[in-house]
Design a protein. Structure first.
Length: 137
């Protein structure tokens, strides 16, 4: 199993929207960055992803699970980019802000801090556990 972080603007798709999507989950689409799209292609069923609210909030608010691996993104007219299907797993008891992540030297290597515009990124297991503890999951 691998661990990931998915960014979404909460006024477009929030953790609350994800919760309401229920068991069938929701398509994670609209990714147009090649590195982020390659990360989507690497995802496997059962992989876990942090759900990050970007722009508004700038915080990790929960966890989703990949339930369908990469398929052609229906929002891409050229059919070059992919999407995955994800299902809600849990909401953090306490959102973990970008500021708090930045302050924690044990996770200062994360792409979230180094490549701030990347919308889909991998997370190592050690950092996953640290962030889960920070979020009281």
């Amino acid at each position: 199993m691998k661990y990931w972080l998915l960014k979404s603007e909460p006024d477009v798709w929030s953790i609350e929207h994800q919760i309401k999507a229920g068991e069938k989950g929701a398509t994670w689409d609209g990714v147009r960055n090649y590195q982020a799209a390659n990360n989507l292609r690497e995802m496997k069923n059962g992989d876990l992803c942090f759900f990050y609210h970007s722009n508004i909030g700038k915080e990790i608010v929960g966890i989703v699970k990949v339930i369908k691996t990469a398929f052609i993104d229906k929002t891409d007219k050229k059919k070059k980019f992919v999407a995955v299907q994800v299902r809600f797993v849990s909401k953090f008891k306490r959102a973990v802000s970008l500021k708090k992540i930045r302050e924690n030297k044990k996770i200062s290597h994360l792409a979230l801090l180094k490549q701030s515009r990347l919308s889909v990124m991998s997370i190592d297991y050690k950092s996953w556990k640290i962030i889960c503890n920070m979020g009281k999951v």
